[in-house]
Design a protein around this ligand. Structure first.
Ligand code: NAI
Ligand code: X2X
Ligand code: MG
Ligand code: MG
Length: 348
């Protein structure tokens, strides 16, 4: 563990320096890692583990698109690609990477295979933290651990292939074997994490649900849409509104503050822009903070989890989601965006 000072607060971080890949392989050399679910995190984590030399099998319901995708990725039916129950039986570590709603439904079929000494691994604190709602209550004689990559499974795989790592949180809910810590860090390194930040299941899920509903996904669309609409209502063309709202942000300014912080991005803009940004960040902060406060409360009381469980357990949830994504895709802002994206040199 390395001690690192984050803006004045000292935290413990696991790194590949004290826990290199060879050590992770040694720790897990007698384990069979069963990755249950092959949606977004499943492929990212399973392929990285396999390329890193671990013993991995996939548990996925037969038929359908994801089963075919697993075959295309080189998993062999009957050998490394199995039905969910069969994989859970063979695995000594069960990586439970079904969607959070599906984890609830499949739980009774997984539980019988969680025999003494095995490890149950999550990439989200959801199932355990909201156990009154999910019914996911693991037996006492297994390890229950978490590695939550802080990004999409798609990025986890891409960054691994680029020789980089995505940062992850890790947590231990239950240590029955005395090996939970070395198991969780070894798995975190194995799935392609760059650095591993210690947390617990509750803090992971509260921060994750807040982040994705907030600045990472919900708030960003809301605020971009609001500015786009105001520009359009005042006679600006779609291309002008899109360029000034989204394209410049993602192509020019976001990479600058990703690289070196907000002050540095500001310093690379005009003094006119800096004056305006410094004056207007306060009003935007004050207008949105109450929304974030309300959001956090909804997460902490379980309402957000319940909404997600209720909607995502419906048989037609995929079709309904697709309709809502289609509405976003077909909004004027994102239709304008599709045309603007085509103009990038890599796309024409
Ligand atoms: N999507 C992501 O990149 C991230 C996901 N997570 C967490 O990782 C876990 C997995 O999430 P995703 O990869 O997004 O899952 P997903 O929504 O892509 O679904 C994963 C798998 O669940 C299977 N599935 C769905 N319903 C089923 C059912 N009723 N019976 C059997 N199988 C079923 C699907 O076939 C698919 O293979 C979740 O806990 C999620 O919160 C954490 C970080 C990022
Ligand atoms: C990609 C990620 O970490 C999210 C946004 O929390 C999720 O997909 O649940
Ligand atoms: Mg997340
Ligand atoms: Mg999430």
């Amino acid at each position: 563990m390395a001690e690192m000072n984050f803006g004045g607060v000292v935290e413990q971080v696991a790194t590949r320096n004290e826990f290199p890949l060879e050590k992770a392989r040694e720790v897990l050399k007698n384990e069979t890692i069963a990755v249950i679910g092959y949606g977004v995190q499943g492929p990212g984590q399973a392929l990285n583990l396999r390329d890193n030399g671990f013993n991995v099998i996939i548990g996925q319901r037969k038929g359908g698109k994801t089963w075919e995708k697993a075959i295309a990725d080189g998993w062999v039916p009957g050998e490394t690609l199995l039905e969910i129950e069969e994989a859970a039986e063979k695995g000594t570590i069960i990586q439970y990477l079904l969607s959070d709603a599906a984890q609830i439904e499949v739980w009774p079929r997984i539980k019988p295979y969680l025999t003494a000494g095995k490890a149950l691994y999550f990439s989200h604190g959801f199932g355990i933290t909201y156990k009154e709602r999910t019914g996911i209550i693991p037996p006492a004689d297994i390890d229950v651990i978490l590695v939550a990559p802080k990004g999409s499974g798609t990025s986890l795989r891409r960054m691994f292939l680029e020789g980089r790592g995505l940062n992850s949180s890790y947590a231990i809910f239950q240590d029955a074997t005395g090996r939970a810590k070395e198991r969780v860090i070894a798995l975190g390194i194995g799935v392609g994490s760059g650095y591993l930040f210690e947390t617990d299941f509750k803090r992971e899920v509260y921060s994750d649900l807040t982040g994705e509903r907030g600045t990472l996904m919900g708030a960003i669309q809301g605020i971009l849409q609001a500015q786009y609409e105001v520009l359009r209502e005042n006679g600006h063309s779609p291309s002008e509104a899109f360029n000034e709202t989204v394209e410049e942000l993602t192509q020019s300014l976001m990479p600058l503050f990703a690289e070196n912080g907000m002050d540095w991005m500001y310093a690379n803009c005009s003094t006119t822009a800096q004056r305006g940004a410094l004056d207007w960040m306060g009003p935007f902060h004050d207008a949105t903070k109450p929304v974030f406060e309300k959001l956090y409360k909804e997460v902490a009381c379980g309402n957000e989890a319940q909404r997600s469980i209720d909607t995502n357990s419906k048989p037609d949830y995929r079709e309904k989601l697709e309709e809502e994504l289609k509405a976003l895709r077909e909004s004027e802002m994102w239709r304008a965006g599709a045309v603007v994206r085509k103009l990038r040199p890599e796309n024409n």
